[in-house]
Design a protein around this ligand. Structure first.
Ligand code: TYM
Length: 330
């Protein structure tokens, strides 16, 4: 069975961009593939962060994933820092990771601009991401569009390493990105990608009241100034969300009412809020149960780490052998 791997940073609450672009797909894929999912706390320290809040945020992200439907009986779920082999493989990869390419990464250029003294972790971020994926010899990686460049880098690194150390029969597969139609969800400003760092998100655990407070002022078709102006659903960010949250009949009706100015944008937003509540309510309820059982969550994560580690140890042993390290105690 092909293996899939994916990760998410514990840098804030799971939002509908993460959910539509990646996590909902993770839940589907766990039934078809051998699935491994990871809360990537080591990546989260490449930006300024609050050390005292990290354990809580890591557990919260795990709760968000479990509440979304990741089933520990089907998929391995664990925390990256609980499996030290990730950083071991990252270091091995630094031997072949091309500096020029790391400096050309979009994320490096965006993030390094914000620092006077650039932390090396931002530069090394894609090397650790490649190590995450290749440690499990994953074939497929379900992600949103913003991760495609990092995936290309992982493929390139696998190729280089195979050429250098495993020429006769390639050891690492070249992992492919698995995208969904929701590969790039825009924020409520309708301008930038929905992102934890931009504050333009709707969290999947937010209450209907909180969601409504955010949807009400959200940007729609800018040509619709008054209720009597006809609009164009194809340029309306909220119509895109309708496509992901509302049943097909509602989508058709909303588009028709928008084009003929039958409704105002608030009417359309109310229906969207209803559709979102249908999808998010069961997740919120499950999260409340999990929040009340933190030890159970920790147990699931410890078991996940143990299973992940069994795979990771084998890979590291194979890699060390091929890279010429002297055998010794592991
Ligand atoms: P992160 O934590 O930023 O996001 C987690 C997943 O959510 C997707 N995503 C989106 N999809 C659609 N629209 C959006 N607005 C949106 N925002 C986020 C992301 O594409 C991602 O799939 N570098 C990764 C974490 C990582 C990883 C890995 C991923 C570390 N190691 C190995 C895959 C494999 C990141 O920062 O994702």
């Amino acid at each position: 069975m092909p293996r899939i791997f994916s990760g998410i940073q514990p840098t804030g609450q799971l939002h509908i961009g993460n959910w539509l672009g990646a996590v909902r797909n993770w839940v589907e894929l766990q039934h078809k593939y051998e699935a491994i999912y990871c809360v990537v706390d080591l990546h989260a320290i490449t930006e300024r962060y609050d050390a005292s809040a990290l354990p809580r945020r890591t557990r919260e992200m795990a709760i968000g994933l479990l509440a979304s439907g990741i089933d520990p009986a089907k998929a391995i779920l664990f925390v990256q820092s609980h499996v030290p082999e990730h950083t071991t493989l990252q270091w091995f990869f630094t031997a072949i990771a091309p500096l020029g390419e790391l400096e050309r990464m979009t994320q490096f250029k965006d993030k390094s601009g914000k620092h006077e003294s650039i932390p090396a972790g931002i530069l090394m971020y894609p090397v650790l991401q490649a190590a995450d994926i290749l440690l499990y010899l994953a074939d497929l990686v379900p992600v949103g569009e913003d991760q495609v460049q990092h995936l290309e880098f992982s493929r390139e690194l696998a190729r280089r390493w195979n050429t250098e150390f495993s020429r006769a029969s390639p050891y690492f597969p070249e992992p492919k990105a698995l995208l969904t139609p929701a590969r790039r969800i825009l924020g409520l400003d309708g301008q930038a990608k929905m992102s934890k760092s931009l504050g333009n998100t709707i969290g999947i655990l937010e209450t209907p009241e909180q969601v409504w407070q955010k949807l009400r002022p959200a940007r729609t078709d800018p040509a619709r100034v008054t209720k009597s102006d006809p609009g164009n659903p194809d340029v309306c960010n909220l119509y895109t969300l309708h496509k992901h949250f509302s049943p097909p009949e509602t989508q058709t009706m909303v588009a028709e009412q928008c084009r003929t100015a039958g409704w105002g944008c608030l009417d359309c937003k109310r229906l969207l809020a209803e559709g979102m509540e249908v999808a998010l309510k069961p997740i919120r309820e499950r999260a409340v149960e999990l929040e009340a059982a933190p030890l159970e969550v920790d147990r699931v994560l410890a078991e996940g780490a143990e299973k992940a580690r069994a795979i990771a140890r084998r890979t590291i042993a194979d890699v060390k052998e091929r890279m010429g390290f002297m055998p010794g105690a592991n």
